[in-house]
Design a protein around this ligand. Structure first.
Ligand code: MG
Length: 168
């Protein structure tokens, strides 16, 4: 049961990676280079999470089964709704992580309880960050100057690096 939940988590982390990649491309198409860089960094981070889950399963002699990754379920309208979608997605991921913690506790699986702790903490940070951006964007509304400043801020946070591959 924990094996199935961990395999599902790998698929969920890969889906997160795809979702943030799609967001990065949307922002890039609107010339919001800072937000595009930020979402590209998040996409890479999520792929890293998937690999961490897989590495853990392999160490524990569990079978890693890669699943099909769904296409990102999102319709892009504007910056605010995209960040709201990112927050809603993180909340779903949190519920999945909590389910793994619950299964590990029920099954007396101490190793998985220890492993999953990092991700429980990670989700607190992810939700806090996404919520803080949503709050800022609600204040910004349609103020283009403020939106450009926000874009710059996210670019700085991502080391100011815009993925050159997306500039083609
Ligand atoms: Mg993750």
């Amino acid at each position: 049961m924990i094996e199935k939940a961990l395999n599902n988590q790998i698929a969920a982390e890969m889906y997160s990676s795809n979702l943030y990649l799609a967001m990065s491309m949307f922002f890039s198409s609107k010339d919001y280079d800072g937000m595009a860089a930020y979402m590209m960094e998040k996409s890479e981070e999520e792929r890293g999470h998937a690999l961490e889950f897989a590495a853990y399963m392999i160490k524990r002699m569990m079978n890693v089964e890669l699943q099909a990754i769904d296409a990102p379920q999102i319709v892009f309208n504007d910056v605010l709704s995209t960040f709201v979608a990112a927050l809603a997605h993180e909340q779903k991921v949190t519920a999945m992580i909590n389910n793994i913690a619950h299964l590990a506790m029920e099954g007396g699986d101490n190793a998985t309880m220890s492993f999953i702790k990092k991700f429980i903490d990670e989700q607190v940070e992810e939700e806090d960050e996404a919520f803080s951006y949503v709050q800022k964007l609600v204040k910004i509304q349609n103020d283009n100057g403020a939106l450009c400043f926000f874009d710059h801020e996210l670019g700085e946070k991502s080391g100011g690096k815009v993925n050159v591959e997306l500039e083609i």
